[in-house]
Design a protein around this ligand. Structure first.
Ligand code: IMP
Length: 193
């Protein structure tokens, strides 16, 4: 098994990454376990911030690293908060849900989409970035599974929120799963060659 750093301090994301990595023969070690500092996310794009986090972890640890930058875009808010999703909630998700749902109700526009940029970085500075999106709509919060905005997001093709559907379904259809599937393909090619 080769070790790979999961360059995130977000427990919700770490939990989702673990089952994805095992089948690839990659042994995950988290940035927290290695005592790595969290770099400042100074970019205004998902791929830009994913690259900052992955490169910082790869350089500091001397191991390949995988980082995700992700967020929820709300059509009624012109695509906000997007890359600023964590800052928009500032730890108070119920308040953020109310702001989002108030805007969606006012505009009668409920479409929303998650984006995930996943960056794989090597200690020598080489990077590759993969993008996954998941489209759906926002609705009153329901369910307790997952993290962040999961209770208000209903993916297309379903009638329940990510927080109601739970990991078994979310991990097959989410923005993170879609970005990860592209990364996994490159790892399989690498293992075959
Ligand atoms: P960052 O990528 O660490 O800057 O933060 C991404 C933020 O977007 C998280 O803190 C959540 O608020 C939100 N987010 C990203 N992915 C998900 C998800 O799968 N479910 C719910 N919220 C998410």
């Amino acid at each position: 098994m080769s070790r790979i750093v999961i360059a995130t301090h977000n427990p919700g994301k770490i939990k989702e990454f673990l089952p994805l990595l095992a089948p690839l023969g990659l042994e995950p070690v988290s940035a927290g376990e290695l005592g790595l500092a969290e770099p400042e996310e100074t970019s205004d794009t998902f791929p830009g911030n994913a690259r900052i986090k992955a490169l910082a972890a790869a350089r500091a640890s001397g191991l390949p690293a995988l980082a995700d930058d992700s967020g929820l875009s709300i059509a009624a808010l012109g695509g906000a908060p997007g890359v600023y999703s964590a800052r928009y909630a500032a730890g108070d998700y119920p308040a953020a849900f109310t702001r989002i749902l108030t805007a969606a109700e006012a505009a009668q526009e409920f479409r929303a989409w998650f984006t995930c940029a996943l960056c794989y970085a090597q200690p020598d500075g080489t990077t590759a970035t993969y993008i996954g999106e998941a489209h759906g709509r926002v609705a009153a919060p329901q369910g307790t599974a997952g993290f962040g905005y999961d209770p208000i997001f209903i993916p297309d093709g379903y009638e329940q929120s990510y927080a109601e559907l739970g990991a078994e379904i979310k991990d097959g259809i989410s923005h993170r799963a879609r970005a990860f599937a592209q990364f996994a393909e490159t790892q399989k090619t690498f293992q075959r060659s």
